[in-house]
Design a binder for this molecule. Structure first.
Ligand SMILES: [Zn+2]
Length: 147
């Protein structure tokens, strides 16, 4: 679903909506912890993005449906985004998706298309493969983890 949202941006990982505060400090899923001065002045970049918000399992389902499980008699998923990215519950992850796989990912991308196993591909690579193959439109995405 396309929508506009305003986010606090983590100074380290640049992820939106990933900052937490208890009033004395700020922290992020990436292990960044805010200085006391950052708490006092709220020195965070704020960004308004038009993006597509999707639930965490949508990408898993696309991969499962379109990337090679015909030779697997147990039909188990070969790729799951949340454990692959070591994501926690109630986190959000931003991707600028383009129809282009990085040159160092090309070999693993070809294998991924055959068997759905990510090998050294990161979640961003997988999103770009889905885009290159026409399953995802290019643009800003936020993948929301909540179960
Ligand atoms: Zn962070």
């Amino acid at each position: 679903m396309r929508e506009s949202r305003t986010f606090l941006i983590c100074p380290k990982c640049k992820n939106p909506k990933s900052l937490y505060t208890n009033g004395a400090a700020w922290w992020c899923d990436c292990d960044w912890v805010g200085e006391k001065s950052a708490v006092d002045t709220r020195e965070f970049q704020v960004e308004t993005l038009t993006l597509t918000a999707i639930d965490w399992h949508i990408i898993d389902e696309l991969v499962y449906d379109f990337y090679g499980h015909s030779d697997d008699k147990f039909k188990l998923p070969h790729f799951e985004m949340v454990p692959h990215g070591e994501w926690c519950n109630d986190s959000s992850h931003r991707f600028n998706v383009e129809p282009k796989v990085g040159r160092y990912a090309k070999k693993d991308a070809e294998k991924f298309r055959k068997d759905g196993k990510p090998r050294n591909l990161c979640n961003a690579d997988v999103m770009n493969i889905l885009c290159e193959d026409g399953w995802l439109a290019p643009g800003e995405y936020i993948v929301e983890v909540c179960w």
